[in-house]
Design a protein. Structure first.
Length: 57
């Protein structure tokens, strides 16, 4: 698995989870956008660290 696919996968999963969080407190559109971006950045970070840890990067 390449480092790009790990990073893109992390971004996809992170932004999906982050965008779903405001659903639990009936957040507005701005909350969905902010939390999705935060989740995407966290997912990119985790994907990067995972790629580095497995020796792919």
């Amino acid at each position: 698995m390449s480092s790009k696919s790990l990073i893109w996968g992390g971004m996809f999963v992170g932004s999906t989870i982050g965008g779903s969080l405001p659903y639990f407190w009936n957040g507005d559109f701005f909350s969905y956008t902010i939390w999705s971006a935060i989740g995407g950045f966290v997912g990119i970070y985790i994907g990067f660290k995972l790629a580095k840890m497995t020796g792919v990067l």
